[in-house]
Design a protein around this ligand. Structure first.
Ligand SMILES: [Cu+2]
Length: 463
């Protein structure tokens, strides 16, 4: 019996173009839980036997299937899982086959799939195949399309894939709770004709109310979440997206959180090439640098990779932070020296902060001077080659290098900017230069409203 894992080991991690195809076909597939956590993603894989590039699920994995009488069989297990958002923060979540999100299901348009779902939770569940075109009785809404899957029971879903694109799966039973604690996954369907894509990344957007000092996500929260995740991880635990210069990269995103997320990529103008209805005809592509992935939606973006380290993040600035208080007074510009002394007499170790801004927060937590409640990540984290990144949550880096082998997903380290292409310091004097400034509000009107500026020929700007 050859499993995918020991086949990869037997090949000494040296992949061939057909590795995934061979490995998947030979996987016995009957112990989905055992196959989960330690399974490495295929290294150096280029194309599946069918011709597609297998998706790379950020910090995740793809569920192996078994071929039975021409049907691709998958087996999902709904169960409680121990999940680490980033080192220092672990929670008791619910997921599938040992992880949140559950493993990615990957197939080809026209395939017939048979998906077993075993319920190892304490309450009933179902699975809804979000965005798939299928018979009503396979749609997975508990009580509407089927009876609920009771604890201990296994149901089977079977249908033919009549479309391609980025899709999702999640429970449609006690949905508010089951999704809030991590039950979700991606369902990727490749078209029959392979697409010109070199790297195909995917992840789910989610939010979590894991209150400071607690271990179980709180499903009752509607807006004030503590953790914002790409595939249930926060920066800096989110993998970088790696590519070789000139490669065509696709990033597939699905949103099963309670907020819309404007996802922003630096360094390129990407094409939005697909949505809930699969890949769009090229005439419908849009050139953007930020794309909102609305709640319940899927979006695909594509770009040609240019060398560098490029930030990739949600543009809601609170969504690139970790747990933080939202009801705190604003201390920017407030001299707190006396207050600090007074409070310290009652609360030893109290640190006043936030007078100049909040960047010092990361220095305080990194240095160990400020400790939050147990099992709670600092609001800001992450180190780059030039200092603190002061980020958390939905942030990672697209790392593009000239010298990567195709299919090499290993973190290449930090980018070294070629000489003369990086911003540099020219002065440490705040009075440097003669910047043109408007006079502050309230300046007596006898003073000129603007410093003298060089004469401009306004006629050129007319009309
Ligand atoms: Cu966001």
């Amino acid at each position: 019996m050859v499993t995918r894992r020991n086949l990869i080991q037997a090949l000494g991690l040296g992949g061939t173009g057909l590795l995934t195809g061979v490995a998947r076909a030979q996987h016995d597939g009957h112990d989905p839980t055992a196959a989960s956590k330690a399974m490495p993603q295929p290294p150096n894989v280029q194309r599946h036997a069918h011709g597609y590039v297998p998706v790379r699920t950020l910090n995740g994995w793809t569920l192996p299937y078994t071929m039975k009488d021409g049907v691709k069989e998958f087996h999902l297990v709904a169960e409680e899982v121990e999940h680490e958002f980033a080192p220092g923060c672990v929670a008791r979540c619910w997921g599938y086959n040992g992880t949140t999100p559950g493993p990615t299901l990957e197939a080809v348009e026209g395939d017939r799939v048979r998906i077993y779902v075993t319920n190892r939770l304490q309450e009933h569940t179902t699975i809804h195949w979000h965005g798939l075109l299928l018979p009503s009785g396979m749609d997975g809404v508990g009580g509407l399309n089927q009876p609920h899957i009771q604890p201990g029971e296994t149901y089977v879903y079977e249908f033919t894939l009549r479309q391609h694109g980025t899709h999702m799966y999640h429970p449609h039973a006690d949905e508010m709770v089951q999704m809030a604690v991590g039950m979700m996954g991606l369902f990727i369907i490749h078209p029959k004709e392979p697409e010109p894509i070199d790297r195909d990344y995917c992840f789910l957007l989610h939010n979590w109310a894991l209150h400071p000092g607690t271990y179980r996500p709180d499903p009752s929260i509607m807006v004030d979440f503590d953790l914002w995740t790409f595939n249930s991880k926060v920066f800096p635990a989110i993998e970088p997206l790696v590519a070789r210069s000139g490669e065509r990269v696709r990033i597939r995103m699905g949103n099963l959180s309670m907020w819309n997320h404007p996802i922003h990529l630096h360094g390129v103008q990407f094409d939005v090439t697909g949505g809930d209805g699969g890949r769009w005809p090229q005439a419908r592509w849009r050139s953007e640098v930020t794309e909102i992935v609305g709640v319940g939606q899927m979006r695909d973006i594509e770009f040609t990779a240019v060398p560098g380290d490029w930030a990739f993040h949600c543009h809601m600035s609170h969504h690139t932070m970790n747990a933080m208080g939202h009801g705190v007074p604003n201390t920017i510009g407030v001299d707190q020296s006396g207050v600090e002394r007074t409070i310290r007499s009652m609360l030893p170790g109290y640190m006043a902060m936030g007078e100049a801004g909040m960047a010092e927060h990361q220095e305080h937590t990194d240095s160990g001077h400020m400790r939050g409640p147990e099992n709670t990540l600092p609001m800001m984290m992450g180190k780059g080659p030039h200092g603190n990144l002061e980020m958390g949550g939905m942030f990672t880096v697209v790392k593009v290098r000239d010298d990567l082998a195709p299919g090499d997903y290993r973190d290449p380290g930090w980018y070294r900017n070629p000489k003369g292409t990086q911003a540099w310091r020219v002065s440490s004097d705040a009075a440097f230069g003669k910047p043109v400034r408007r006079q502050p509000y309230g300046t007596p009107t006898t003073a000129p409203a603007m410093p003298e500026t060089p004469a401009t020929d306004h006629s050129k700007h007319g009309g």
